[in-house]
Design a protein around this ligand. Structure first.
Ligand code: FES
Length: 232
């Protein structure tokens, strides 16, 4: 299934994400090496194709990742507090000899891939060596939240090619469920009708506790979020 051109994600006030436009839904799991560090994302499930569906935002559904209306029973308050300016305005430039990188900390989903190979900042610093530069690009592309973006020295963003889909993330190595990884530039519209910056990578909170709803801010990690489908 391929997402339709008019695919979008609508945030319902104090409610779920309404997904329309035949957006494929999959599960991806963080694989970790012997040292406990993430190595790659692995697709671990395809959900049935649907033209439209609702995904849980409160973190309490018993039918995760889908909404089962529990948000009404628990009085979920999911006020959207995400800043409405663009990535470029809120990120900091980190410049290396062969590669640049921008970093926007407030949207970090704590997926931890950036700590591979001694840390991506060190790799960018050493990017005069092309092998370090290409390793940095690989790792930056694994950043689900799009906190990190690689740029060539001419200032063009280097992004992984993604099909438009939503990925339900899981991290059994840390015994947590992660956010929804929105790939390929699917518009996310707030409850009051504002369309957030359309990005190739973004993570939406599904634990209900982010301080920058609708985006993930990594709070799920400290809270040990488990959506009930996590296989450890
Ligand atoms: S899923 Fe990351 S803060 Fe809620």
């Amino acid at each position: 299934m391929v997402a339709r051109d008019d695919a979008k994600i609508k945030v319902r006030k104090n409610g779920p994400y309404l997904v329309s436009g035949s957006v494929p839904l999959i599960e991806e799991t963080t694989l970790r090496g012997e040292d406990g560090m993430p190595t790659e994302w692995s697709k671990t499930r395809d959900y049935p194709e649907q033209e439209a569906y609702s995904l849980c935002r409160c973190g309490s559904s018993k039918n995760a990742p889908f909404c089962d209306m529990t948000h009404l029973d628990i009085g979920f308050e999911g006020r959207e507090k995400a800043p409405r300016d663009n990535y470029i305005e809120r990120s900091q430039l980190f410049s290396g000899p062969g590669l640049d990188m921008r970093d926007r900390v407030d949207i970090c989903a704590r997926a931890q891939f950036c700590q591979r190979s001694g840390g991506v900042w060190k790799l960018v610093q050493g990017s005069a060596d092309p092998s370090k530069g290409s390793k940095a690009i690989e790792i930056i592309g694994q950043c689900s939240a799009g906190r990190l973006v690689a740029y060539d020295k001419q200032g063009s963003a280097i992004e992984p090619q993604f099909q438009r889909l939503i990925s339900v993330t899981q991290d059994p190595g840390r015994r947590i469920s992660g956010p929804l990884w929105v790939k390929g530039g699917i518009p996310v519209e707030s409850a009051d009708g504002f369309t957030y910056e359309i990005r190739n990578r973004a993570t939406l909170c599904r634990c209900g506790r982010s301080k920058i709803h609708p985006f993930c801010d990594g709070t799920h990690l400290g809270d040990g979020f488990n959506d009930g489908t996590l296989r450890i």
